[in-house]
Design a protein around this ligand. Structure first.
Ligand code: ADP
Ligand code: MG
Length: 276
């Protein structure tokens, strides 16, 4: 048995809010004790309604936010939340719903991709640029995109750029927090296929956060369902979709129209055929 890429043990995060003149102090238990183990090359989907703690969990496992308690092990190594090393930070990358917010409008895409290498390695400039060009091709962008600025790209292309940047330092795992939620359906399918292709080629490990069950069904190997900060169900995709155990999971499914990416594609094909 190889070491799991990510182990999370009884992870908790409280937020202290209010405490002003008109807002009484309150503790929000955003994540209440999450446990899981994720092996290399797998995709764990985290699902649940808005506010259930998905992004809080994402920020903790990408070492952006410190847990209130609990343990995180990456490649078998325990993370010391108060003293996160640069090596540890390089192992985890995150892609957000809106990549535009994290792209510097005055930075060319080639420099966006080469920057992690500039900051974290002593690679010479020519090699950094070669690697950036190679990654651009891997995510399905063209060589001439290298010298363009973020505003010149569509939403789907920007998400390709965000994925490319996240992969530049060869991370142990990638957290994708609602990565296709802001995109048109046809573009969603393209990005999901890209993620699958990259996973096959490089053996990537994903934590894929989404409120959209049709997307989850397409991409996930295993599914973890969160409800008010708790994990109420965690099993293989087929088990969770085929035979949901928890009443919350069943109600979540009942609220979702039955569609998956294949049917989205079929619908688009029918629309395109009608338009001719
Ligand atoms: P999700 O991503 O599933 O929508 P979040 O992790 O963003 O959920 O939020 C979980 C809970 O924690 C919510 O009740 C939210 O209001 C609260 N929360 C998240 N971030 C903060 C914060 N920085 N300060 C206070 N409360 C927060
Ligand atoms: Mg969120």
């Amino acid at each position: 048995m190889s070491t799991p890429v990510l182990q999370v043990k009884d992870l908790k995060r409280d937020y202290h809010t209010g405490g002003g003149l008109f807002r009484p102090a309150r503790i929000v238990h955003a994540v209440k004790g999450v446990n899981f183990t994720l092996d290399k090359g797998r995709t764990l989907a985290v699902v649940g309604e808005s506010g259930c703690g998905k992004s809080t969990l994402a920020r903790m496992i990408t070492l952006i936010d410190e847990p209130t308690s609990g343990d995180i092990l990456i490649d078998g190594q325990a993370v010391d939340a108060r003293h996160v090393t640069r090596e540890m930070r390089q192992k985890v990358q995150i892609v957000f719903q809106n990549p535009y917010g994290s792209l510097n409008p005055r930075q060319k895409i080639g420099d966006v991709l080469a920057e992690p290498l500039l900051l974290n390695t002593d690679m010479p400039k020519s090699e950094r640029q070669d690697r950036a060009r190679a990654m651009l091709a891997k995510v399905g962008l063209a060589p001439e995109h290298f010298n363009r600025y973020p505003h010149m790209f569509s939403g789907g292309q920007r998400q390709r750029i965000a994925i490319a940047r996240a992969l530049m330092l060869n991370p142990s795992f990638l957290v994708l927090d609602e990565p296709v939620s802001a995109l048109d359906l046809s573009v969603q399918a393209q990005i999901l296929n890209l993620l699958k292709d990259l996973q096959d080629e490089f053996g990537l490990t994903y934590v894929f956060i989404s409120h959209d069950l049709s997307v989850v069904r397409y991409i996930a190997d295993e599914v973890m369902v969160m409800y008010y900060g708790d994990v109420v169900e965690h099993d293989s995709r087929d088990a969770v979709f085929g035979n949901p155990q928890h009443s919350y999971t069943r109600s979540l499914f009942a609220a979702t129209p039955r569609s998956d990416v294949e049917s989205i594609k079929a619908r688009l094909a029918r629309k395109a055929a009608l338009a001719i």
